[in-house]
Structures are given as structure tokens and as C-alpha cells.
Design a protein around this ligand. Structure first.
Ligand code: ATP
Ligand code: MG
Length: 202
């Protein structure tokens, strides 16, 4: 399974709908400083519900909404509803997730073709509140549905599917025991250790 494309709309520096294709093996994003490369990664973390643990660069969710005056702080606060959305399209043609797993997460068998799994998140800001929505193949779901589904494909908030700036240095500075923890996490053993500990406590 791999990310096939990302569509950002009203998210951070992406004021217009922007579609970014990803190749199966390797994709590089280049551009000048401040052009929005890291914002793409923030978009992935936002959409997949990994933001809290993997350190998305925003203080609050609504800071992620495109603000034309962001760079110089001149942004006029408009009174109309503002919103941001990011879709992450996963290529599941290798059958990493089977249809029943997707149906289970979506809570309906009306999930379309599961060769493609589209996870979308929206955040909407009104004058006095904000709302966050998740979708799985266009069906409205909860964050936990997304997280449970992704975990079955080995994508977890604690996992190292996304290696952030500073992570490599952190790993180098770890004790061998801490480093072993990462290997357990990647190998999928950590989950069982946690369950074992929980079972012993009962
Ligand atoms: P570098 O090469 O320095 O790492 P980068 O390409 O990774 O740069 P980003 O950090 O992705 O750049 O983008 C930073 C830009 O995003 C800044 O210009 C900032 O003003 C803009 N930006 C961040 N949040 C918003 C927002 N809510 N609305 C509009 N622009 C935003
Ligand atoms: Mg950057």
C-alpha cells in the first residue's frame, strides 16, 4: 500500500485545491524555503489523525486553515465560515486491507471500490466554534474508525511511518533499550507487549 495522491484545499499555504501525485517507490518534493513542502507532510498528519503524536506544526486546529495574510500577519479576519480539507488517497490494489476491513471501519458496505482508500478530513471554523470531520471513501466516520483501519495496515500514531525532522538525531541519542522499543514498534511486537502487560494486571 502506498499514498497515491494528496488533495489539499484551504489547508495552510494551499489556498486553492491542489492535487499532489505520489509515485509507488519514491517521490521527492523540492522548492524554495517557505514554499509549502513541509505543509504537505502536515497535511498527511492532519488527514490521517496522526497530528497530535507526530508533532504537526500548529498551535490549534484552526491555524491550519488558509489565511491569505499569514506570512505578514495582515490577514483580515473574515466573518464567513472558513474551512480546510485534506484527502489522502491510498493505493490498496495490493489488497493490504480487504473489503471487509474497510466496510467494518466505514460502518456500511457502501464503500465503493476498495482498490483505492480515500481518507479525508475537514476542519470548519464558524464565528464562535470549530468542527472537525473525517471521511472514509466519502462516508462520514470517527477518528477511531480511521485509526483502527490504518493500524491494520501497520500505520499507527506511535509508529515511524512518518520520520519528522529531529527524529533521526533523537534515535541516535537513545539508549539501546529505547532503540529496541522502536524496533518492537515497527515489527508489531510492542502491541502484544502492551496487551500482555494489561493481561497480567487483571
Ligand atoms: P523550508 O524549505 O524552509 O523547510 P517549506 O517548503 O517546508 O520550507 P513550509 O514550512 O511548508 O515551507 O511552508 C511555510 C509557509 O506556509 C510560510 O510561508 C507560511 O506563511 C505558510 N503558511 C503556514 N500556515 C499558513 C496558513 N494558515 N495560511 C497561509 N499560509 C500559511
Ligand atoms: Mg520544511
Amino acid at each position: 500500500m502506498h499514498i497515491k495522491e494528496i488533495v489539499l484545499d484551504g489547508f495552510k499555504s494551499f489556498g486553492r485545491p491542489t492535487r499532489i501525485p505520489f509515485y509507488e517507490d519514491f517521490t521527492v518534493v523540492t522548492g524554495p524555503n517557505g514554499s509549502g513542502k513541509s505543509n504537505i507532510i502536515d497535511g498527511v498528519l492532519f488527514a490521517l489523525g496522526l497530528a497530535r503524536t507526530r508533532g504537526i506544526r500548529a498551535e490549534k486546529l484552526t491555524d491550519l486553515i488558509y489565511n491569505p495574510g499569514h506570512a505578514d500577519g495582515s490577514g483580515e479576519e473574515s466573518t464567513k465560515t472558513k474551512e480546510a480539507s485534506v484527502s489522502v488517497v491510498l493505493d490498496n490494489s495490493d489488497g493490504t486491507l480487504d473489503r471487509s476491513q474497510v466496510i467494518n471501519a466505514a460502518g456500511t458496505d457502501n464503500v465503493g471500490d476498495v482498490e483505492e482508500i480515500k481518507i479525508k478530513r475537514r476542519v470548519k471554523e464558524t464565528t464562535d466554534n470549530y468542527y472537525s470531520y473525517y471521511y472514509l471513501n466519502e462516508r462520514s466516520v470517527n477518528l477511531s474508525d480511521i485509526q483502527d483501519l490504518l493500524a491494520q495496515a501497520g500505520i499507527t500514531p506511535e509508529g515511524y511511518n512518518v520520520v519528522m525532522q529531529g527524529d533521526v538525531t533523537e534515535i541516535i541519542n537513545m539508549t539501546p533499550y529505547q532503540r529496541r522499543g522502536i524496533i518492537d514498534e515497527i515489527a508489531g511486537v510492542a502491541e502484544f507487549d502492551a496487551k500482555k502487560d494489561a493481561a497480567f494486571e487483571e
